[in-house]
Design a protein around this ligand. Structure first.
Ligand SMILES: [Zn+2]
Length: 158
């Protein structure tokens, strides 16, 4: 196994602590994710399943939403911990949501709490040729779109 990047070590630990809060009565697969933002803060999410099944929210997207709500915009690492027997990669939807904020070199570390096995990818490996804010013309011109924040009152308009 490749060495887990230092920014991911604590995130894996935090995700594992929260695994107990995962709400997964239907699949029985409990997942927690932790995102390290540009200031080194860690934002955690767990999967939240729903009786409708289709409205289930993955841990990775919940963690990204928590990061954004806290003002973070640039993930340095996305860590995933589950009780599945192998390290789970993020699903396609989560890869796309991570790519809204993270670059192709962003490490994605995943651990099975059941076996202790850890896998490491980059976002670019999991989602090559990602569709990103850069591809939306008029969104502010690419990278800045990922940092979008409301204009302050009285601030300059665009
Ligand atoms: Zn997902």
């Amino acid at each position: 196994m490749e060495a887990v990047p230092p920014e991911c070590v604590e995130a894996l630990r935090e995700a594992e602590k929260r695994l107990v809060n995962s709400y997964a009565p239907y699949s029985g697969v409990h997942v927690a994710a932790a995102v390290v933002d540009e200031e080194g803060r860690i934002h955690v999410g767990v999967n939240v399943e729903n009786a409708s099944l289709g409205l289930t929210i993955c841990a990775e997207r919940a963690a990204i939403a928590a990061m954004v709500a806290a003002g973070g915009r640039r993930p340095r690492c996305v860590a995933i911990v589950s009780d599945a027997p192998q390290p789970l990669p993020p699903c396609g939807a989560c890869r796309q949501v991570i790519a809204e904020f993270a670059g192709p070199d962003t490490p994605i570390a995943s651990r099975s709490a059941a076996t202790g096995e850890t896998r490491l990818w980059t976002l670019g490996e999991l989602l090559p040729h990602a569709f990103t804010p850069r591809h939306i013309s008029g969104s502010g011109g690419g990278e800045e779109a990922g940092l979008s924040r409301p204009r302050p009152p009285g601030g300059r308009g665009g």
